[in-house]
Design a protein around this ligand. Structure first.
Ligand code: 5AD
Ligand code: SF4
Length: 464
């Protein structure tokens, strides 16, 4: 095989870890066509905007970024260079036709389920640019939900560092009334067990020590294993923990309804399952939880947390909250604040409700005024931030196993992750990247913890 000519690819990723994973997969499928990463869109022969639609103004942001990319393309054209422009991800899925109409200079619009067809789309777009099929690209729109899962057609990912991501599940059938995911990502799909175990082994063989399992509804995982048995996430986690070299397993994002006994018990029995869980609750009011179609009560959430903490007393929690969902009263909001005070979170994300076109909540007439939403968000974020600071402060003086993942900003510094997903930095030789080091936390900075070796001889580094 002759080498394809070197070309540069720039991918801008918006939104969640699923998109980060998808961007890496798109880079993988384009590598055989000769595309290597570009430093900036200005240097790129191809630019992909991998978009997120979950919150408001996503589409407007994409259109304004597209304007900038188009300017880069004009600059390159003046130098006789070309550029293919693609929009991928959930905005593409939801608003593909509008993108084609409003930004006709875009060559390719593709949804999250069609990445494996990207090489063909790129070849067609390149041919159109070369003038072989006319002066201008006709624009390729591919936002189908094919029956064949895309995973079967994507190259196997390799670990790009000690902490890798592995997508095990996609889509969502829950239809929370505020959320676009069931429409943009489609029906829930779980990858077969054997494919996941194979991919995890490859990742471990190529240097991954930690794997984060990804899925919009990751704990709804129900993949087919041997003898057509259906495996849940708890069983999968146990099997993954047996893979040589894999010391840490995380998963995100989970739904309280799918936090089953087997998964909770895995947190008791499998030390590799990290004691940190992102479990969105959205609201502490039963009335609002019901209106959101979440399918559980605030007490159900409390019970899950109590069980998890019973099994794993150091379990740290993260969550997502929405304030100002239509019909949310002061009393409902107070119930959210009360739940937060009771549970205490190590970190959390909180958002003002924003109407997403096509979702049931968008047409409710009980929308909460913007200034009320602002005040509630402010109060909630103050409380959550206070809890996050307290959690991090309590880490000072403790000794953690830290997975060292990359070089820090300062010379001689390495950065890693504590079991509780806190960023930790330490002065250490780069040869320790990939090690799980026993570190003593000595300082608290705005976004990270400072550490020293728990044993000055560095002899406590674990290698497996
Ligand atoms: N408005 C505000 N926040 C939203 N989220 C999802 N949809 C909306 C919306 N319409 C938040 C939820 C979800 C997180 C990923 O984004 O909290 O858990
Ligand atoms: Fe959206 Fe609800 Fe599905 Fe999460 S569970 S992706 S919030 S519909």
């Amino acid at each position: 095989m002759t080498d394809a000519p070197a070309k540069r690819l720039f991918i801008k990723t918006y939104g969640c870890q699923m998109n980060v994973y998808d961007s890496a997969r798109m880079a993988d499928v384009l590598a055989p066509l000769g595309y290597a990463p570009a430093e900036s869109p200005a240097d790129a022969d191809m630019v992909i905007l991998n978009t997120c639609h979950i919150r408001e103004k996503a589409a407007e942001k994409v259109f304004s970024d597209l304007g900038r990319v188009r300017a880069y393309r004009s600059e390159r054209a003046a130098e006789g260079k070309d550029m293919i422009i693609a929009v991928a991800g959930c905005v593409a899925q939801a608003e593909g036709a509008e993108i084609m109409a409003r930004a006709p200079f875009v060559d390719i619009v593709l949804g999250p389920q069609t990445y494996h067809r990207l090489p063909e789309m790129v070849a067609r777009a390149a041919r159109a640019h070369d003038g072989k099929t006319g002066a201008k690209s006709a624009g390729i729109l591919d936002t189908e939900f094919p029956v064949e899962p895309k995973f079967d057609h994507l190259p196997a990912p390799r670990a790009e560092g000690p902490a890798a991501f592995l997508s095990i599940q996609e889509g969502c059938d829950k239809f929370c009334t505020f959320c676009v995911v069931p429409y943009t990502r489609g029906a829930e799909y779980s990858r077969p067990v054997a494919d996941i175990l194979r991919e995890a082994k490859n990742l471990a063989d190529s240097g991954a020590r930690e794997i984060t399992l990804l899925g919009q509804n990751v704990n709804a995982y129900h993949g087919v294993g041997e003898n057509d048995e259906v495996w849940g996430l708890g069983r999968l986690a146990r099997a993954l923990a047996d893979i040589d070299g894999l010391s840490r397993i995380r998963y995100t994002t989970s739904h309280p309804r799918d936090m089953d006994d087997a998964l909770m018990a895995a947190h008791r029995d499998v030390p590799a399952l990290m004691p940190f869980l992102h479990l969105p609750v959205q609201s502490g009011s039963d009335k609002i939880l019901e209106a959101m179609n979440r399918g559980h009560t605030a007490d159900d959430y409390r019970r899950i947390i109590a069980t998890l903490r019973g099994y794993r007393p150091d379990m740290a929690l993260s969550s997502d909250f929405i304030v100002g969902y239509p019909g949310e009263s002061d009393k409902d909001f107070e119930a959210t604040m009360a739940l937060v005070r009771e549970i205490t979170f190590a970190q959390a994300f909180s958002f003002k409700y924003s109407a997403r076109a096509g979702t049931p909540a968008a047409v409710l007439r009980t929308q909460v005024p913007e200034d009320v939403k602002d005040a509630r968000l402010y109060a909630l974020q103050e409380l959550l931030l206070e809890q996050q600071r307290a959690f991090n402060k309590a880490s000072v003086g403790r000794t953690f196993d830290v997975l060292l993942t990359h070089a820090g900003r300062h010379p001689g510094q390495l950065v890693g992750k504590s079991p509780y997903l806190q960023a930790v930095h330490v002065m250490a030789d780069p040869k320790h990247i990939g090690a799980i080091a026993r570190l003593k936390i000595v300082s608290l900075e705005s976004n990270s913890l400072g550490a020293v070796w728990a044993d000055a001889s560095e002899s406590t580094i674990k290698t497996a």
